[in-house]
Write a protein that binds this ligand. Structure first.
Ligand SMILES: Nc1ncnc2c1ncn2[C@@H]1O[C@H](COP(=O)(O)OP(=O)(O)OP(=O)(O)O)[C@@H](O)[C@H]1O
Ligand SMILES: [Mg+2]
Length: 418
């Protein structure tokens, strides 16, 4: 006869509290150990070759310019080596690649949302790497917004801090404020600021529908869009990246409706692929509903499907990738992100591949992972530049229209006076 074990005591709220406290305690210890000696994250330093690669200059030219002193000359620990800090590198990149900078008088910051229904597809890792890569390779000033109550992205950028509610998007959703500005914090990575997240954001899922019921004219899906208007137009940021929860929640809808473009990381496996199909179906239905209700149809400048966590050795993933290519062509980005132990290690140490030291034991794997991200960063940067060019042309066209209207008015006045 089967021997049945007696049930352990029932788990009550006090025990739940104990489990939760102990888990929080463990992650605090892990964080302290990973970020030793002072529990603070620091950005990497760059050598002459890395600076040459980032600016596209010859190594000799970098050394010549550094000596001339027009741009930061870094520090020279010995006669052979020179090293630069992140803000110094960004100053070089912005100066050498000045032609690529946007015209702040005629364009606004571009907002890109990283979204997928499914958990664990690499959304937060992608936002972190894109933010760091864009700020490093193009000198862009990036604002990241964590709209996921799990706050994974925030953990990567402000691991040492406890996040208060007023540092999140929540005051915007409760209606306490109408601008995101007050919620912005600096991060350890110069050129990347953050609106962080905390579990308190879960309450947005009740607050927004309640506001909608109480005020039928309210548009719950446009709160973040309106809250970003101020910083989008101020010239302080070039790119805004939004991380989203793994669901089509009120928070995700706000992120999607605040964006000019969408990036979907999609690992080539059957379940993630299926979930992506459902995501686009539901999102399209929602957009159609809003368009019918309010007559304003949402448009995007680009939608990118980025193969993520790609394991080329896995024959099933190769097959699923071909379905993805068929389903989403031509929106599938040619450079996927490979599944690497170094990317997993990077997030385990509260960072991304751009935080990792290239002299580490896994230098080859790191180079492969970073190379893939560099290509993705450049690809997305190109598309963003396309949006700025479009905005610039729109601006010029509207200026021409205004000037033409003014001339017509002057002519009419003159002929009346004559
Ligand atoms: N290129 C990669 N190679 C290997 N592991 C990766 C890669 N990208 C992300 N991961 C790992 O996959 C896990 C999930 O990544 P991440 O948190 O970025 O996904 P997510 O889509 O944001 O998840 P969630 O939906 O829960 O917010 C993490 O443990 C991360 O280290
Ligand atoms: Mg995430």
């Amino acid at each position: 006869m089967r021997k049945i074990q007696p049930l352990p005591p029932e788990i009550d709220i006090a025990t739940l509290n104990m489990i939760s406290d102990r888990a929080a305690d463990v992650i605090d210890k892990v964080r302290d150990a990973m970020l030793a000696p002072d529990s603070l994250k620091v950005s990497p330093k760059f050598n002459s070759q890395q600076l040459a690669d980032l600016t596209g200059l010859e190594l000799g030219n970098v050394q010549y310019r550094a000596k001339k002193g027009e741009l930061p000359s870094g520090v020279q620990p010995d006669s052979k080596r020179r090293s630069w800090t992140l803000p110094e590198v960004q100053q070089w990149v912005r100066s050498v690649k000045a032609n690529n900078l946007r015209n702040v008088d005629t364009t606004t910051a571009v907002t890109v949302c990283i979204a997928h229904f499914k958990g664990g597809v690499g959304k937060s890792s992608m936002v972190a790497s894109l933010a760091q890569g864009l700020s490093l390779r193009t000198g862009a000033r990036v604002l990241i917004i964590d709209s996921d109550p799990q706050a994974s992205l925030s953990t990567l950028f402000v691991p040492e801090a406890t996040i208060e509610e007023d540092q999140t998007v929540l005051p915007l959703f409760t209606g306490v404020t109408d601008s995101i500005r007050g919620a912005i914090s600096k991060t350890y990575w110069a050129g990347v600021d953050i609106v962080a997240a905390s579990p308190a954001l879960f309450s947005a899922e009740f607050i927004l529908p309640t506001r909608q019921i109480n005020n039928p004219g309210f548009e719950f899906w446009k709160v973040l869009d309106a809250g970003l208007e101020d910083v989008r137009n101020s010239g302080e940021y070039d790119i805004i990246l939004i991380d989203t929860p793994p669901s089509l929640s009120f928070l995700t809808l706000n992120a999607l409706f605040a964006s000019n473009a969408v990036v979907m990381p999609l690992p080539p496996n059957n379940l993630d692929f299926n979930s992506s199909i459902l995501f686009w179906q539901l999102f399209t239905e929602t957009c159609e509903k809003f368009a019918k209700m309010r007559g304003d149809a949402k448009k995007y400048h680009f939608i990118d499907i980025v193969p993520s966590k790609v394991d080329r050795a896995d024959s099933i993933s190769v097959a699923v990738q071909s379905w993805i290519d068929q389903a989403y062509a031509p929106r599938v980005v040619p450079h996927g992100i490979p599944k690497t132990s170094i990317a997993a290690l990077a997030s385990a140490s509260f960072g991304s591949v751009y935080d990792m030291d290239s002299s580490s034991a896994q230098a080859k794997t790191l180079a492969r992972a970073r190379d893939a991200y560099d290509q993705l960063v450049d690809y997305i940067d190109n598309q963003i530049a396309g949006i700025w060019e479009y905005q610039h042309q729109q601006y010029i066209a509207s200026e021409l229209k205004i000037a033409e209207a003014q001339r017509a008015l002057d002519r009419a006045r003159k002929s009346q006076g004559a």
